[in-house]
Design a protein around this ligand. Sequence first.
Ligand SMILES: [Zn+2]
Length: 160
Amino acid sequence: MPVYFIVECGNARKALKIGRATDIQKRRRNLQTGNPAELLIIGWIVAEDEVAFEHALHQRFQHQRRGGEWFEIEPADIQPILLRAGIRGFVAKNADAFEIIGYDRDGITEFVGIWDWGDLEYEECCPFCGCCCGIHYQEVSSLHHCLNCDTLTDFEEVMF
Ligand SMILES: [Zn+2]
């Protein structure tokens, strides 16, 4: 059961839930019922001992606890935790992740990004599956490769 991070949007007061669920989408929908603020999944981590991991996170943010599993923390505070989880960490990717916003100095296509809240590069998080293992350049194929979803890409064909 992965440890998930769900944030409440549009409120001045930050609220972020750290919990565990087998079906995170279903959990989000259930939590959404009766909540006027939009709830968004930031990401999740698959840990070996998920109960202990969740407990450690609850302890770590104890002083920002609002009640239950809700904390007054920003998605940006969760970003390094997701990245540190590596191949066990996932960000819920942005639906428009591949929308092209321009080209950098080397002519490399720049996309909207994987994540709405943070500045994550594809070297950090795979834009296809959201895995924090990141996409690595594979010299043999001259393509970029994700260790988690096994996608090979040159980023030229991902236009939709
Ligand atoms: Zn991937």
